[in-house]
Design a protein. Structure first.
Lengths: 319, 319
């Protein structure tokens, strides 16, 4: 892809084609990625970034669509980033059920993009952060990041956003199961979607019990909202609450602290990804594995040997 | 914890108390961990290790209990490792619903342990591998690892086992959703549990379609079994199939290849964990984060600065 000198300006102006190309660049970790991000960096930070995460099937896409529609009605522009988990085996990711978003995507004030990076989860998280920066710099007022979240892996994607909405539904298994998966602890706001289905009230009561028991006293339980995204019920109240929380955080300093903490996670995962890339180039690591497999080397010794290989590679890099 | 010279021998003899203490040592990444693992290493490799993974609520624990009961009836000893996801915020993990396992745990031929490591997911994966090695070395014929699996994170836990059973149920959302989460690609065998519930046949048909479409031609679709773990229905057939597959792999060389590949993943994640530990000690990383946050340093420069810090730490380590 050839990037002209005005490319970053086109992204900053909100040009849709430039934005699409820019996100592809970060998704593919193209060589132009760093220069592009550096060129837009001073314009990053204005957008409100909300994550929408939860188990498969709870209606996250529908909720994101409703939120985006409400934001547009209020005259606010929106970026939507859908995060498809990477397959570690085939390198592919299935196309999501984004069809109902298509109509929304025809609106010039909405930019929708589904991420599907290859390789590591760290790569997916990094590309998602980059895409949010690009949408933010392009002038979007709000960026919604939709991700499948059930494990700690998905918590990484929450490092791309200011505020995380965890969505569950009465159909997504009982609340204790959800809690076991560590998901609720990533929640700044909890949404019980499909709240018209049987079991919603019971689920809310169970959740309140679990949250009261498991949170440290210093960390208040997140507020809980019930929605029926398919009909829009409860979504305006949810959006108002999320906006209010963002504004409270913005004036109270919690937003700056969250962003600093997100940045630390992002830096660390970028460093680890680079270390992994350097080791991937290192054919000698395979010999170490073979020696452990054959019983010639203990695992602990093998770790030291690989760290030595890494030291040499870092010395080459900085010489 | 004081470890006497005969401690490793006690573990190797299958002594329950020693085994429990040994697993606690690896779980806590205690300083004695490496010496202990080295002392039992020559006795590792005989046990058949099966992973049982899947979304919350599909009946994994019940299935593991049934499999363990059948193994015992055939005179085979069993280790069970339950993997609770770590909470990244509170460091805690909820106690699982292991009560129904209690009766089984009274049998001297069964050793049940729930893992709950603090810190990184890599730590959980590493401790799980270690615990499997200890159970294997202690003479267990089979080791069953139960883990909540929905994302790529959980795929890491599959590196502890020879063969992975992915369990889903007609209630766990539709099969395309499960596929999106990348879970099925970790499957050597797929189990539709709760197969007496409505939708089981439809689910099987959908899964077969998805698998036929998504697998590369070189990688055959995994066999699919239906069970009702709560009544035991279909579980003997499942166990026979899994055992047959293990034996086929053992004689055909696939088992050795899988174990070598698992070892490579385990070595790599141990190295990455050590790199992260070294960086955690490095207060200067916080200054780099602050500089990026204030706009004084670009993220790409910050990565180089942290890699330089890492280089210095590695040079100190190997001087």
């Amino acid at each position: 892809m050839v990037i002209g000198p005005s490319f970053a300006d086109e992204v900053l102006s909100g040009d849709r084609r430039a934005l699409a190309r820019a996100i592809t660049l970060v998704e593919e970790a193209a060589p132009e990625r760093e220069a592009l991000l550096a060129a837009v960096a001073s314009r990053v930070g204005r957008a409100r970034r909300f994550g929408v995460t939860g188990p498969p099937g709870v209606g996250k896409s529908t909720l994101v669509g409703e939120l985006a529609t409400l934001l547009r009605k209020a005259g606010r522009t929106v970026g939507v980033v859908g995060v498809d988990p990477t397959s570690p085996y085939t390198g592919g990711a299935l196309l999501g059920d984004r069809i109902r978003m298509e109509r929304l995507g025809l609106d010039a004030g909405v930019f929708i993009r589904s991420m599907a990076t290859r390789g590591t989860l760290g790569g997916l998280s990094r590309a998602t952060c980059d895409a949010c920066d690009l949408l933010d710099a392009s002038g979007k007022d709000a960026v919604l990041v939709e991700s499948v979240g059930v494990g700690q892996s998905e918590v990484e994607v929450t490092h791309a956003v200011d505020l995380t909405l965890v969505v569950i539904s009465p159909e997504s298994g009982d609340s204790v199961q959800a809690m076991k998966a560590g998901l609720l602890e990533a929640a700044d706001v909890i949404v019980i979607n499909k709240a018209d289905r049987p079991g919603a009230e019971r689920m809310e009561a169970d959740l309140r019990d679990v949250l009261a028991l498991s949170r440290p006293a210093t960390r208040p339980a997140p507020p809980l909202y019930r929605t029926v995204a398919a009909t829009g019920q409860g979504v305006p109240e949810l959006l108002a609450a999320v906006d209010a929380k963002w504004e409270e955080w913005s004036s109270g300093g919690q937003l700056a602290e969250r962003r600093r903490s997100n940045l630390a996670s992002r830096l660390r995962s970028t460093v680890v990804a680079e270390v992994e890339r350097m080791l991937d180039e290192e054919a000698a690591e395979g010999k170490v594995v073979a020696a452990v497999h054959d019983g010639r080397t203990a695992l602990a010794e093998a770790v030291e040997e690989v760290l030595l290989l890494l030291k040499k590679k870092l010395e080459d890099r900085f010489c």
